[in-house]
Design a protein around this ligand. Sequence first.
Ligand SMILES: [Zn+2]
Length: 89
Amino acid sequence: MAFSNEDRQKIIEALGAKRKNNVCPVCSANSWILAENFIPLSLQDVSSGLVIGGPSIPAIALVCKNCGYIAMHASKVLANLPVEGTQRD
Ligand SMILES: [Zn+2]
């Protein structure tokens, strides 16, 4: 499921307001694609394996159109998303 139109608008506005440098740190291009869903960064207390259903940080990802570098922002900090009641699993 992609972002709702409302969430997508909040994200685009927050990115415009908060990202002061849009140059890719790898290739110096300046063209990004917004990944159309939250990316859960899993938090776990073991260094190997994968804990399913544990806590995570929902992230918003931008992908460099030139080299594929992925820049991520914690969605709560960037755009106060997801807010209560809109958490997606
Ligand atoms: Zn790049």
